[in-house]
Ligand binder design. Structure first.
Ligand SMILES: O=C(O)c1ccccc1NCC(=O)[C@H](O)[C@H](O)COP(=O)(O)O
Length: 267
């Protein structure tokens, strides 16, 4: 069965081939190395997570394969400012066009108006995309274990770390987590969404959290919308959260929702 993730990776191969027609890796690498230094993404998360508050990575996401249209016509710059004002530790900006309605132009426009670190959220399959992310000012990239073999996951991770970026290594089951822990990145995402079946279940984080060693930083991802969800995930030790759809849909209450989720301590 072809999954949404398979389809995305398939067209990413075409996008990467086009990118390589436009730029050599050497040229992109030179741009990456000339960019302003990466802001510490993992450090910004820890600065909040080490208090009694929650470190939120708030996501800019217009649409998705699971939800369809989330906020068509969204103004990502205004939403990013609301996220920052509400106390988000970091931002995640989807730059995939076909499935999520994002772009590197969105990323650049947001970069100009916020000072918190930013994840370029896309589907990395080649180091040139990592260099491109750094050239556009990204502080972190995503490595999705479900779509990569060990060699490529290691290449992408080392490439990003060599540029001084952080890497969010995303897992969804025990086997992916075991593979992720062989990589040097401290940031381990547990995606509650099964990207193959498109089912979201917070018990994924509850099941895998005990398997994340103390020297790694667990990021609970997807399906989080209420203080009760945060309280539940705090019980298994999560202090870092990636939240997209529910915040995008909050309209005028968006900034207040960020404050509420950031300050929920579960007591
Ligand atoms: O969200 C999807 O439908 C999706 C489909 C295929 C690949 C990735 C997908 N989502 C990426 C994410 O991991 C989420 O955007 C992120 O964790 C935020 O989740 P949510 O708060 O549920 O929007």
């Amino acid at each position: 069965m072809t999954t949404a993730l398979d389809r995305i990776i398939d067209y990413k191969r075409g996008e990467v081939a086009d990118l390589k027609q436009q730029s050599s890796f050497a040229d992109m690498d030179a741009k990456a190395r000339a960019a302003a230094p990466a802001r510490g993404f993992a450090a910004a998360l820890s600065a909040v997570a080490d208090t009694d508050q929650n470190a939120l990575i708030c996501e800019l996401k217009r649409k998705s394969p699971s939800a369809g249209e989330i906020l068509p016509g969204a103004n990502p710059v205004e939403i990013a400012k609301e996220y920052e004002s509400g106390g988000a530790a970091c931002l995640s900006v989807l730059t995939d066009g076909p499935s999520f309605g994002g772009s590197l132009e969105d990323f650049e426009a947001i970069r100009k108006v916020v000072s918190i670190p930013m994840l370029r959220k896309d589907f990395m399959i080649d180091p040139i995309q990592v260099a491109e992310a750094r050239a556009w000012g990204a502080d972190c990239v995503l490595v999705i274990m479900a779509s990569l073999d060990d060699g490529l996951a290691a290449d992408l991770t080392h490439c990003a770390m060599d540029y001084g970026m952080d890497v969010l290594v995303e897992t969804h089951n025990e086997a992916e987590l075991e593979r992720a822990l062989r990589l040097p990145s401290p940031l381990i995402g547990i995606n509650n969404r099964d990207l193959k079946r498109m089912v979201t279940d917070l018990s994924t984080t509850e099941r895998l959290a005990p398997l994340v060693p103390g020297d790694r930083h667990l990021v609970a991802e997807s399906g989080i919308s209420t203080p009760d969800h945060i309280a539940r995930l705090r019980k298994c030790g999560a202090r870092r959260y990636l939240i997209g759809e529910s915040l995008m849909k909050r309209g005028a209450l968006r900034e207040a929702a960020v404050v509420e989720l950031r300050t929920t301590n579960g007591n």
